[in-house]
Each structure stands twice: as C-alpha cells, then as structure tokens.
Design a protein around this ligand. Sequence first.
Ligand SMILES: CC(C)(COP(=O)(O)OP(=O)(O)OC[C@H]1O[C@@H](n2cnc3c(N)ncnc32)[C@H](O)[C@@H]1OP(=O)(O)O)[C@@H](O)C(=O)NCCC(=O)NCCS
Length: 197
Amino acid sequence: MSIDHAAAPLTSGERHTAAPSATGLVVRAARPDEAQELSALALRSKGWWGYSASFLRACEAELTLTEADAARCVVIEVDGVVAGFHLLSASRGRAGVDGDGSAVGELVMLFVDPPFIGAGVGRILFEDARRRAAAAGWARLQIEADPHSRTFYERLGAVQVGERLSRSIPGNSLPLFELTLRAPGGGRMVARATYWR
Ligand SMILES: CC(C)(COP(=O)(O)OP(=O)(O)OC[C@H]1O[C@@H](n2cnc3c(N)ncnc32)[C@H](O)[C@@H]1OP(=O)(O)O)[C@@H](O)C(=O)NCCC(=O)NCCS
C-alpha cells in the first residue's frame, strides 16, 4: 500500500491545508469540525465487538470527542473516506512522567470504521502513532485496550503490563499494554517488533 504521509505533520499545531487525495491512502491531521464524525465512528467501531446497546450507551461519553480533542487526532482516509483515527496524549496515569523521569505517552483512542476492519488500516494507524510518540520523545506508549483487541496490540509489539479499571463500566478492568519506544536510560530506539512486513 502506498501512503501519503506528507499530509500528516509531526509538530502539534501544524495543519494540513491541501485537499485530500481523491484516491489511495492519506494519513492526515483531523480538523476540529470532525469531532462529531469521529465520535460516531468510535462508537460504531466499539460496536464491532458485539456489545449490547446499553453497554455502548455507557461508553458513549468516553468516546465523545470535543473539537479540541478532534484537533489532536490523526485520521486515515481510504479513497477520500475517513476509515479510522487515533488520538495520542501524555499519559494520564503518571502525569506523563515515569519514575525514572522519562516521558510516557498514551494511545487514548484507535478506532477503525467497521467496513475497513481487517484490511490493514489499524496497523497503519498504530505505526503512525508509534512514529509520532517516538518523535515526541516518549520512552513508552501505554494503551488501555478493549479486551477484544488484545491480539492486535500483541501482534504489533505491545506487551501487557497490568490492568486498569474502566471509566465507563463500573467494575470492569481493561488490559493495559505498553510499547517500548526508547531503551530505559538511553536514547536508542528499541526494535521490539516488526511493524511492517
Ligand atoms: C482493533 C482494530 C483497531 C484493528 O484494526 P484492523 O484494521 O482490523 O487491524 P489490521 O487489519 O491492521 O491488523 C493488524 C494485525 O493485527 C491482527 N488482528 C487485528 N485484529 C485482530 C483480531 N481481532 N484478532 C486477531 N488478530 C487481529 C491482524 O491479523 C494483523 O496481523 P497480521 O498482519 O500479522 O496478519 C480494529 O479491529 C478496531 O477498530 N476494532 C474496534 C475498536 C477497538 O477495539 N479499538 C481498539 C480500542 S483499544
């Protein structure tokens, strides 16, 4: 697959102003006015696992993006259609700084729209997030994962390091994964996984 990454700035605040390509894959910064569309995509995507309507209603608040959130998202378009997005943030768990002083980031959201699931879109988004997280100088990336997505994250090199309580479903715990981006105490990148075949 050929991907147009030129449209995906690495520095926050930089916006993509060029018109999206009519065909192919484009990874680009999301716009604030896409908040509603991306929130709806996240809910559809979560629903892919077959959760009940009441379960999904309970998740809705957590999956609803503000315009400010949307402005920090990265979307992937397939032939001009938004097929998925990711959202990165400094880690909420440890205020962005680990015990050894290294910065830690979090992959807060990664959702693929159901018609595009299983076609490699998630891998492209994850790789883009990994690249941006490394560029931000984070040593590790944390991922509070839906249990159904466990194999996906393991496939891409993340390792389960614990569990976190769900913010949407009282009593539910979610697997917490981590992806190492930099060796502890050093600046060298660690190849913990093959991201591209
Ligand atoms: C999880 C998700 C992001 C994966 O995206 P995707 O585009 O379907 O994944 P890809 O097609 O890029 O798959 C990448 C690799 O993961 C594997 N994989 C993906 N989903 C998998 C699953 N449910 N079970 C087992 N393996 C899976 C693929 O086989 C592939 O491995 P391979 O290339 O070695 O064969 C997508 O299914 C999704 O959005 N699900 C609903 C929402 C969700 O749970 N998001 C994560 C929130 S934490």
